[in-house]
Design a protein around this ligand. Structure first.
Ligand SMILES: Nc1nc2c(c(=O)[nH]1)N=C([C@H](O)[C@H](O)COP(=O)(O)OP(=O)(O)OP(=O)(O)O)CN2
Length: 185
């Protein structure tokens, strides 16, 4: 015979869980698009040639409970911060490995260049990709999760229980990479 594990009148007061493992979470997501070139010489073939993509990024922000205004965090503030960083450092620019010989001529021609894998700057935007040797879509997802984390950290009055969840970066209609905790089912 089927038996309840708790009396019905107590059930509403039990902690909410999914599969008894993950706490139930609230999450929101913001998206942005940017047009940026890259090349991946270590992969060889056509990826070694300088080429561009219309990239899309989706950033999940999650919280175990809502703030007093019944939000995880206000959309606009997160979106503005992530968009501003991407538009300043990546959009209409070129992402290269730091030893890529194209870096110097592109920069000399006044083109925006963002170097991955450069451990030279210990601060500044490129330091966020210092341990990422090449601008693969996987590495761009790691970079943009770090960027999103910093945006959230620097929001005035950011609630301490709010976290950046999974970041998904899409470089083409068929190719994408995700980084960060999976969203609870
Ligand atoms: N794991 C990864 N593999 C590849 C990456 C990457 O970042 N991570 N990047 C590339 C290239 O950037 C390339 O632009 C995309 O490659 P590919 O899908 O082979 O090319 P198409 O978009 O032209 O593919 P079609 O679906 O045939 O049009 C390669 N691999």
């Amino acid at each position: 015979m089927f038996r309840r594990t708790a009396p019905a009148e107590q059930a509403d007061r039990l902690p909410l869980t999914v599969h008894n493992e993950h706490p139930v979470q609230h999450s929101i997501a913001i998206e942005h698009a940017f047009d940026t070139a890259h090349r991946l010489p270590e992969l060889g073939g056509k990826c070694a040639s300088l080429h561009g993509h219309s990239w899309r990024v989706r950033v999940v922000v999650s919280a175990i409970s809502l703030s007093s205004d019944f939000t995880v965090v206000e959309f606009g503030a997160v979106k503005a911060g992530v968009r501003q960083w991407i538009d300043t450092h990546l959009d209409h620019g070129t992402m290269l490995g730091h030893r890529d010989p194209l870096t110097a001529p592109l920069a000399a021609a006044g083109c925006k260049v963002f170097r991955f894998g450069s451990d030279q700057p210990s601060t500044g935007p490129e330091s966020l990709a210092g341990d990422l040797a090449w601008p693969t879509v996987e590495a761009v997802a790691v970079l943009l999760r770090r960027v999103s984390h910093n945006v959230l950290r620097d929001l005035p009055g950011a609630p301490p229980h709010v976290r950046i969840g999974q970041v998904v970066v899409r470089e083409t209609r068929t190719n994408s990479a995700a980084y960060g905790p999976e969203e609870p089912a």
